[in-house]
Design a protein around this ligand. Sequence first.
Ligand SMILES: *Cc1c(COP(=O)(O)O)cnc(C)c1O
Length: 479
Amino acid sequence: MELIDLEFSAHEMRTMADQVVARCVEHITTLPRQPLYGVHDAEALCERMRESSPDSGTPLTALLDDLFTTYIPQSFNTPSPGYLAYIPGGGLFPAALADFIADTTNRYTGIWQAAPALVQLEANALEWLREWMGFPIGTRGVFTTGGSMATFNAVLCARERHLGVDIRRGVLYTSDQAHHCVIKSAKLAGIMPDRVRSIPCDAQFHVAVDALREAIAQDRRDGLLPFMVVSNAGTTNTGAVDPLDAVADLCVAEQLWHHVDGAYGAFFQLCDDTRAVLRGIERADSLTLDPHKGMFMPYGTGALLVRDGAALRAAHGATADYLPDMPSASEFYDPSQHGPDLSRGFPGLRMWLTIKLYGADAFRAAINEKRALALDAAARVAQLPHVVLDAPPELSLFPFHLTWPNATLAQEDAATRELMAAVSQRGRVMISGAVAGGRYVGRVCVLSFRTHAAQIDHLVEDMDAAISEVVAKHRTLSQ
Ligand SMILES: *Cc1c(COP(=O)(O)O)cnc(C)c1O
């Protein structure tokens, strides 16, 4: 067999990188003109794409052509300015450059000794998150692939701290509006679904603290071991923020671990207008953050903060004969002592480089802008005919539905669902719905760093135009 050198020459590397950069920059600068919803006939395409492993190589240009002209456009355009659906994504360009540096230098950042200065950059970035969230010194954290894995690590810490080996009797509480990653995380951490309580919410989707207190008491009477409450700092369905201070009080009184899921909402701590709504978040035992949402980072950037850093280290600390001696707990941060990974990518670099490059004020300004845009959108959408706001935007997300005289719930649901599709089909903004409080609600979520006032104008204009058609149709159907 012919021996192939896997290394490229300096000239080849530059040429390849130039091609990739040219494609990426072209992609970003044309984002607003690209379809928001690009998935068409995907089954047929995916079937055509199946192939067995290629024995010989293909030129980069051909691969880039397929990627950029065929595969990438077949998607929800999550980084587009008009993306107001689900929880919008980010994709700040400097983070991609950081990944390029991390991947080409390929240093080992799983353990402190192998790249102490690089690991310190990651520790700095975690410290900055700690400061922004108002957590005390002594907090430790870990970067994860996303909010789900952050929440999993939180359940693990709480379980180790409160249950030890007595896992089966432990009970975890969350609201019926919690993200489904809570039940998945519990299961991964050995807490089975029959030990997860889904507490009802009030009319505006906040966990009912009295019902929570009663559920805890009932489980204690039944001989079980309540150990953890997961509350929401911004639900995915409607953006509701649980009464974090009251839940924190209850957890102190009951001696439970209080975890806050801030995957969508925690970065609104950087916004002057929403800090009061989030009051109590800084008292949590642990906090899920998703920089790939509220800090506009590319996907694959989640984070967990744990107020008592020793608890995170207790969950993950380990030694092995083949590893160098670990730095002492208080001295230097060591990623593999605070999370499940050993060998890993270098998520700290994209955070560090991006925050250093822009400065924290840029993020504060962006989050403040998202808040202001959401308030403006909610006020104007509420003025449209047939629209009922189901809750005000507590952060940057609000739910609504359509109604008209004598409409039934089923008709309202059908019309609201159709409105989401009709507005998205117009192609300037994409919005999505959810089922909450027994009905289908439309949602507007402003969180893309690329969304500005023009997109809110498009939203209001396109909703206005679509509402009359949708309501006229469903009214006729109901007669
Ligand atoms: C997105 C989200 C999650 C899950 O985070 P991933 O990064 O998708 O794993 C959890 N909770 C809430 C409220 C979210 O919005």
